[in-house]
Design a protein around this ligand. Sequence first.
Ligand code: FRU
Length: 488
Amino acid sequence: MNQWTREARYRPLSDVDPSVYQAMKEEVRTSPWRFSYHIQPPTGLLNDPNGFVYHDGLYHLFYQWFPLGPVHGLKYWYHMTSKDLVHWFDEGAALIPNDDPDSHGAYSGSGFIKDDQVHIMYTGNKRDADWNRHTSQIVGHLRSDGRIEKHLPPAIPNVPAGYTEHFRDPKVFQDASGTWYCIIGAQRIDLTGCTVIYQSQDAEHWTFLGELQTNNPTFGYMWECPDYFELDGKGVFLFSPQGIEPDGTNYQNIFQSGYFIGEPLALPDLTFTHESFQELDFGFDFYAPQTTEAADGRRILVGWMGLPDISYPSDIYNWAHALTLPRELTIEQGQLRQRPVRELTQLRKETLFDETILFEQDVTIAEAEIFELMMTDLKLSSDSFRFSIRQDATEETVFHYDAVSRQFTIDRSRSGAEVPAETFGTSRSTVLTKDLHTLRLFVDRSSFELFLNDGEAVASGRIFPKASSRGIAFSGEATAHLSIFDLS
Ligand code: FRU
């Protein structure tokens, strides 16, 4: 494995001999655990979704990308497009960190449509000779040749007084009157996290308004990747706070991402009246989500199926991480729900199982590696119910429901090649508000995404089983309608 010196991490792709890069691409392409239907990097490391926007029949989705290995280094934006949120076309690197303000990375940001063109706003990350960080916020637009043209100098060249250089991830939106706003993740000089808001009439010249006034003025040491939108009459503020301690089954990962639901903001008034923080995903691998509005008005969320500071067994093949499947968001009875986007039924190939079934004893129902499993009308007649996937004699990923406590638990302690222990244990749980009645599970070569009770709770995780571990087995007493679709 490479020694990831600072020099190696900040080496631009243009310095690498094209034949060496081609060989790396080939090594990655043929390595184990590559995804079948998720967005993954061609080489190197993927992190946050960026610039997610719909324009003129196409969804544009970019991601943070370090091309040269499974580590965080000089970040580019890699560009994907799709007509249907299911099939993605690889557009290549679109934003290159080769200017002074982004010399050490084109960090996260968002997309918006202005003058009938895809625009973006992102954070330029720069380090000086003493490795002090300097951040600025840069606007750009997507040219017809697929590259982002930067509008330099940066639109917001400096961090305002009162905040550290951990000041990044602008999310731009427009209100009904056409005024532009952008919210930025920030750290105060007392090392607490918050979000600040800017206003603009043209999305190029920005005026600092101040901090979003939440009920949680001290919650972690940095808020990354803020997002704000209105949905079903509510204001929703998403963010990824760092520095939250584990609490019962909550906050089990190194960093969290979640939301406040409240009254719609009356900007430029910065007061946000909201309910308590809720996590978006109770799984192992989820961070830095971003949303956009679909052509038909749906609010669509995509996250990074990974987290900072973790390593995986696939790292030795020089690539890391993927994006989650897109989810559609709604608010129902005041609660946020997340369902896989309806377009994903297009992935279904062969139907492996489709019957109402009475589970009475341990039973292996099917064999599949890459599949969707759906249970509806689930009714338990025992206290607990369990099923496992990607199973063979020595491996399995286990999903367990305790009907007495309504606790749902995922155990990946025997899921295959081990994810190192720095990922905070091998099981994750949530307590449902209603009895478990529906369940939908998407499994790719090295991941699962689980949706419980029609989007009440969601969990994402990476697993690294052998390709031959394919058993899908159930135990417990219950009836349900069970469908299994091959997605390979
Ligand atoms: C979140 C994050 C962002 C930053 C980007 C850099 O994962 O740390 O705050 O812009 O990643 O890649």
